[in-house]
Design a protein around this ligand. Structure first.
Ligand SMILES: *Cc1c(COP(=O)(O)O)cnc(C)c1O
Length: 421
């Protein structure tokens, strides 16, 4: 077992053997040798159908030829200049053309940086300190938002990380998702003190939690009435739910949005986008400081352009259809095999919760049977299917999953049989 050996070696040099917590699972993660289309290939010669897709970015499947060709050309032209390029304008134009709230763009290197800077901008613009976030929402791994956080933090039992002073997070107010009253109360109690409400329009870091009908419109209205900025964290939903992301899909336009993952076409990137009047407060046109050596990196930007170019109508139709077919199969199988489960799907996102209750927020999601989920995960893995190794992550389909949907459904049936043994 080469993966096992590599993990032993990794542990000697890398904290916990991995560079991001969610990548670890018991007894040890498989180590990847290469990836192509919908498949990951590990160092032991195993091949997995990939529904994790690097936690979101790889919507065209792995090693997309058009992205490779353009990136290869760019590599010979240089990989970092510390000077502006035309390609940054081209990608920004594509973003503004697609994303409803986007009038100006600032490119950064990750989703984490994007939300950190968007919150700073909201605070700088409004002159207010407090922010509202939702229980279980994940906005990256920085101090303002790592409270009751989803993703790897929740999976490994540290939704509130040590090392973050109370003084930093005392201005972060938490409310449950999909609960109008709780938000009304929080806003009332902190009148004229709240800079922004930051929300994942579909929560993709505690599984897959959908907003109730009208909930995002409610967020838009209550923030507008109280002069609070609304930030959509679309690091997952951007370019995924629709060309213009969740704001197009639900027809609710926030003041600011953060992007990442898909935007970089498999390379590191992030972006803060929003209304001109607010965005202009970023330096150098304004005073809110934001900077980065690799901001607008030509390689990432090139991959982003080559990726967005390929996200046509057919892409949205097909990736949605694949996810729908799998979600329907999961529903049918859980009923047939009497496994208590709830299944959610929207566009190319889906997840199963081993839970009796409808999962509408973090508290309910947390009650899921995570042991059963890990059994489900390992039974799938044995059969050559890789889903995220956590109940609190989301599965994704890519445009390259066409030929494997049926195989996946057949394997799922075997897995449900095994779960009921
Ligand atoms: C992944 C993610 C982030 C963080 O992005 P990184 O590129 O990992 O820093 C922020 N917000 C959401 C909603 C995410 O899913």
């Amino acid at each position: 077992m080469k993966s096992k050996e590599l993990f032993e070696r990794a542990k000697k040099y890398l904290v916990g053997g991995v560079n991001s917590p969610v990548r670890y699972f018991k007894p040890y993660p498989f180590f990847v040798e290469r990836a192509k289309d919908c498949y990951l290939y590990d160092v032991d010669g195993n091949k997995y159908i990939d529904y994790c897709l690097a936690y979101g970015p790889m919507v065209l499947g792995h090693a997309n030829e058009k992205v490779i060709k353009k990136v290869e050309k760019q590599l010979y032209l240089g990989t970092a200049y510390g000077c502006p390029t035309e390609k940054e304008i081209i990608l920004a134009e594509m973003v503004v053309d697609r994303v409803p709230c986007a009038e100006l763009v600032r490119f950064v290197n990750s989703g984490t940086e994007a939300t950190m800077s968007a919150i700073r901008l909201a605070r700088g613009y409004t002159g207010r300190k407090k922010i509202i976030k939702f229980d279980g929402a994940y906005h990256g791994a920085h101090d303002y938002v790592l409270v009751k956080s989803g993703s790897g933090a929740l999976t490994h039992g540290t939704p509130n990380s040590p090392g973050i002073p109370e003084e930093t997070t005392k201005n972060t107010i938490l409310v449950p998702f999909n609960d109008e009253e709780a938000l009304e109360k929080a806003i009332k109690e902190n009148r004229d003190e709240i800079a922004c409400v930051i929300v994942e329009p579909v929560m993709g870091n505690v599984g897959c939690i959908l907003p109730k009908e009208g909930y995002l419109k409610f967020l838009r209205e209550i923030t507008e009435e109280n002069n609070i900025l609304l930030i959509f964290d679309e690091v997952i939903t951007g370019f995924r739910l629709a060309r213009g992301g969740a704001q197009e899909y639900f027809n609710v336009v926030p003041d600011l949005a953060t992007l990442g993952k898909i935007l970089g076409g498999g390379f590191p990137i992030g972006a803060i986008v929003g209304k001109r009047e607010i965005m202009e407060h970023f330096s150098p046109s304004g005073k809110v400081y934001q900077a980065g050596t690799f901001n607008g990196n030509p390689v990432s930007v090139t991959a982003g352009i080559a990726t967005l170019e390929q996200l046509d109508e057919n892409f949205y139709k097909k990736t949605t259809k694949f996810a729908e077919e799998i979600a329907n199969a999961l529903k049918e199988l859980s009923e047939r095999y009497k496994v208590e489960a709830k299944i959610y799907q929207i566009a190319s996102m889906f997840q199963i919760y081993f839970n009796k209750e409808e999962v509408i927020n973090y508290d309910i999601a947390k009650k899921s049977d995570t042991e059963k989920y890990m059994k489900y995960f390992h039974e799938l893995l044995k059969r050559g299917i890789f889903v995220p190794p956590s109940q609190f992550e989301c599965c994704f389909t890519s445009i390259k999953h066409e030929e494997v949907v049926e195989e996946t459904i057949n394997k799922l049936e075997e897995v449900f049989k095994a779960l009921t043994l």
